[in-house]
Design a protein around this ligand. Sequence first.
Ligand code: NIG
Length: 383
Amino acid sequence: MPSELIADIGELTTLIDGEERRHDAALVIDDGRIAWIGAAAAAPAADRRFSAAGGAVLPGWVDSHSHLVFAGDRSAEFEERMAGRPYSAGGIRSTVAATRAASDDELRANLRRLRAEAERQGTTTLETKTGYGLDVDTELRSARIAAEVADVVTFLGAHVVPDGVDSRAYVDLVTGPTLDAVRPYVRFIDVFCEEGAFDVDESREVLLAGRAAGLGLRVHGNQLGHSGGVALAVELGAASVDHVNHLSAADIDALAGSDTVATLLPATDLSTREPFPPARELIDAGATVALASNANPGSSYTTSMPFCVATAVLQLRLTIEEALRAATVGGGRALGLDDGTGTLVVGGPADLQLLDAPSASHLAYRPGVPLTRAVWRKGERVV
Ligand code: NIG
């Protein structure tokens, strides 16, 4: 791959700890990695030159939470919700029926379409989950297809108990035959610890089975109520606990004193009309936060990380810097990626985006405006 100089960068956000945004900067990409960062005037030659024309450059988004192996549409459920019907875990089962009925090619094409849609908005690292199969065969198909398309795959067999199945028998299936089948394709295990899904004891059993199989842990916790998912995630040292809408003071302290990342999913909160998580309190207490899309056909049908960043700033009261960090470095932490993903650092992956704006602050200052002008993934221009 020829080396490439990205010149004329108006504002460069590296998100390296303690580093301010730079102005009049340049960087060089070589062999999929960042080879050089510095002042535009000192830029070395490269095989190719690309002018950023004064635009803002920053790391590509690390979307650490999505559910993109699915078929079907739930816009009717969404319309009912907007007319006042509350969100519940039960809607998941209609996507399960559609997903089981879909062919591998249909599932793959839908996942590829959504990954491309995310990429056009600056996402360079994408996690996605199983969880709309809920039987051995469809969970396995989902995991295999996810591993073809996404960067990190999570096993969410414990999403809900499928219709007509006893919950004890289902936990045995998830922690036994389904886990064995998906194991080669997945890096994490996850559980929806919530009323209507799995209680704390069942969730612990699922997570411990995943740990015994060598998987990292993540939890859907405290989305619809005080489910105990946050305390469980901290107790087990999970990489992340996601949603975190309903937190006690003890939950906030526990997260702040742990390495478990609290993942904020504000597009979901808008779409389900749940209260926003206490994001300011989490950050002020010292918790590490990530920001992710939770793209899925039920509770959050958007792949747009710029929308999540804008919402985090405008509604959750994060600063621009905090929101950018949560959507990049925070996502990388939640996924256990320690190779520089989510930052622009010499030697790290050349995953970056150029905005049609002079500053990254325009992501929240001009919400809803498509600002992504170019995207490089592993050094290759993809948008
Ligand atoms: O993260 N909370 C559980 N799972 C998804 C919802 C999926 C659905 O409604 O289909 C979520 O919001």
